[in-house]
Write a protein that binds this ligand. Structure first.
Ligand SMILES: N[C@@H](CCC(=O)N[C@@H](CS)C(=O)NCC(=O)O)C(=O)O
Length: 216
């Protein structure tokens, strides 16, 4: 199985899920680095090739099974990984209300936070008015999370792929000048989730790759 990723991008959530599931013990995983601005594959057998050949959107994550079947979109890739490695219990069983809740959170994180807030704040080409529009959306969304997490340790009853996605998106806050410490519960949640051994390892691996990519 291959995971196309960019260091510290949203694809880190899939790496976390794969580490949490100890997926490599079952299926060898190739982590293939992509330069999403140049749209080129950076590592692996096809290093230097056009990433649009893998995903017409030029975006990570892309998961590819050994028979060539590929899957894109965090909201699809993350539950797929959870279902592919069920022993890790990274998603509630299909058809349950809890499973519906998982999809609710994946939709919220993907649209209301990732795309609605962080993409305009992270993008170099957005002007100040667009950034201000995105920044103004932060309090309602973070307040909702603060309230939800006040009485629980995870988004669902136990750690799930939604926590993997959320902790990756929250990691972008300092890069765009959003001060997470104003939301104490949320900041505490992010710290706790990042202390999980698999999550800590995934972040450490990608911070190292991020530093190397920046230096090259
Ligand atoms: N809708 C996609 C969005 C994925 C996405 O935005 N990936 C970013 C990295 S976090 C990316 O590859 N950006 C490059 C680009 O959009 O050109 C998903 O949810 O998987």
């Amino acid at each position: 199985m291959d995971l196309y990723f960019a260091p510290l991008a949203c694809s880190l959530a899939t790496r976390i899920a794969l580490y949490e599931a100890d997926a490599d013990a079952d299926t060898p995983i190739n982590y293939i680095q992509v330069d999403t601005s140049k749209k080129t594959v950076v590592t692996g057998n096809a290093a230097g090739s056009d990433f649009f050949g893998i995903n017409a959107m030029g975006q990570v994550p892309v998961l590819r099974e050994d028979d060539g079947w590929t899957l894109t979109e965090n909201a699809a890739v993350l539950p797929y990984v959870a279902d592919r490695f069920p022993a890790a219990r990274l998603a509630p069983p299909a058809g349950t209300r809890e499973r519906a809740r998982l999809h609710q959170w994946l939709g919220f994180i993907g649209t209301e936070l990732h795309k609605g807030v962080f993409v305009p704040l992270l993008a170099r080409e957005t002007d100040e008015a667009v950034k201000a529009y995105a920044r103004a959306k932060v309090p309602r969304r973070f307040n909702l999370l603060e309230h939800h997490l006040d009485t629980r340790l995870h988004l669902l009853d136990t750690f799930s792929v939604a926590d993997a996605y959320l902790v990756v998106v929250l990691n972008w806050a300092p890069f765009v000048g959003v001060d997470l410490s104003q939301w104490e519960v949320l900041a505490d949640y992010a710290r706790r989730v990042r202390e999980r051994p698999a999550v800590a390892r995934a972040f450490a691996d990608e911070y190292e790759l991020f530093r190397r990519a920046r230096a090259s």
